[in-house]
Design a binder for this molecule. Structure first.
Ligand SMILES: C[S@@+](CC[C@H](N)C(=O)[O-])C[C@H]1O[C@@H](n2cnc3c(N)ncnc32)[C@H](O)[C@@H]1O
Length: 368
């Protein structure tokens, strides 16, 4: 049994915990992520299925460190030879916060040195060519508590493989999945994004409707690890493939006023295997015809900070009210960094949640 940490953006830890519980794993949130226990097949399933987490890391050791010597000794005490073969490539990266040790670069080189020392004894050699599979070492030192981990994901989990082009202000896939998860929308119910941009919300909702594992079409670093049960990983992938049913994607659509964003959106839908299943077209959201009955709108309109001008955005927010008054949306969910949205929209939200779009503090408002 190993200990794993699914890292998550600030504010999404609770969602990641729920996702892990749904996978049958006993999950405990902590700073920056959620801890769970299990063999490598469980961690592989987490990589495959988690929609809102950033990465899955294997915890190899942890402890208090106040000096570089203590850090060196902690790292030296970890049985790296149980994880890393002699030809492993093991780049080291991490971060420090509110600790005695605050120099990331110094910590990096001390950790590397200590791992090499440990491996030298085990493999009886002085040099490591690092030509084999990647076992990326990740560390965090918070409040003098160090955690040493191996990155089981490789590319971050938001890289589902469908986004190869970025629009002007795309939403991270994990945040888009969180917006879908936190909304009152249920698979089978019509969903509409009236400013869909490059289509992230639409793709993430369609994946959920189709029971498609977000990581189904991508590889994970742990698949090349010597101590991982590769057969179990293959079986988990096959099981995920069997659950995936595109026919379940119904009533999901969107539009955007910008032609360029829309052509990116169409490319992403194609790349995600959703071409023809999710319909999008070019239109100003203020001119939309009535929605299908019981439609849930999920929108990430311009904030007036990074895109467009402030005044124009405020006018747009006022006119967005038409989405429920004229176009008849049953529920409207909006992610915005503009604290005046509710006032401009002219309606009190039923739920509000603080989320971060990158470094930007936002509110996710649900009008239901
Ligand atoms: C923050 S971006 C949305 C990003 C999108 N969620 C994604 O994943 O790429 C805001 C989008 O609103 C669109 N937009 C701005 N004004 C609009 C309007 N009046 N009607 C429809 N779309 C509009 C912009 O073209 C832009 O694509």
């Amino acid at each position: 049994m190993m200990i794993w940490i699914a890292t998550a953006a600030f504010g999404l830890e609770g969602l990641v915990k729920r996702e892990l519980l749904d996978l049958g794993l006993d999950a405990r949130p902590e700073l920056g992520g959620v801890r769970f226990e299990g063999d490598s097949d469980k961690a592989f399933e987490a990589n495959l299925w988690l929609r809102t987490a950033d990465r899955v890391l294997l915890l190899t050791g942890e402890g208090q460190v106040l000096t570089f010597e203590e850090l060196f000794q902690l790292v030296l005490s970890i049985p790296w030879e149980d994880y890393l073969p002699a030809d492993a490539r093991f780049p080291v990266s991490g971060h420090c916060a509110r600790s005695q040790l605050m120099s990331v670069r110094d910590c990096q080189s001390i950790i590397k040195k200590a791992i090499v020392e440990r491996l030298k004894k085990k493999y009886r050699r002085n040099q490591f060519e690092e030509t084999g599979s990647i076992y990326a070492v990740s560390f965090s030192i918070h409040n003098n508590q160090a955690k040493l981990m191996l990155d089981a994901s490789g590319d971050a989990l938001n890289r589902r493989g469908y986004r190869t082009w970025n629009g002007e202000a795309p939403l991270r896939e994990t945040l888009a999945a969180a917006l879908v998860e936190l909304s009152p929308w249920q698979p089978g119910q019509p969903l509409y994004d009236p400013c869909c941009g490059t289509g992230t919300i639409l793709v993430e909702a369609a994946f959920r409707a189709a029971r498609r594992a977000p990581g189904l079409k991508r590889a994970f670093a742990m698949e090349n690890w010597q101590f991982v049960d590769v057969e179990a990983c293959r079986a988990a992938r096959q099981a995920a493939e069997a659950r995936f049913d595109l026919n379940l994607v119904e009533g999901i659509g969107g539009s955007d006023v910008d032609e360029q964003a829309l052509s990116l959106c169409k490319k992403h839908l194609q790349q995600a295997g959703l071409g023809g299943r999710v319909r999008v077209h070019q239109q100003d959201m203020r001119d939309l015809p009535p929605f299908l009955p019981n439609t849930c709108v999920i929108a990430n309109p311009p904030y007036g900070q990074r895109l467009g001008d402030k005044k124009g955005t405020e006018t747009l927010y006022r006119q967005m009210r038409w989405l429920d008054t004229r176009a008849g949306a049953s529920q409207v969910c909006v992610l915005t960094a503009n604290p005046a949205f509710e006032r401009l929209y002219g309606r009190r939200c039923t739920k509000k949640r603080r989320l971060y779009n990158g470094r930007l503090e936002c509110e996710y408002l649900i009008f239901a």
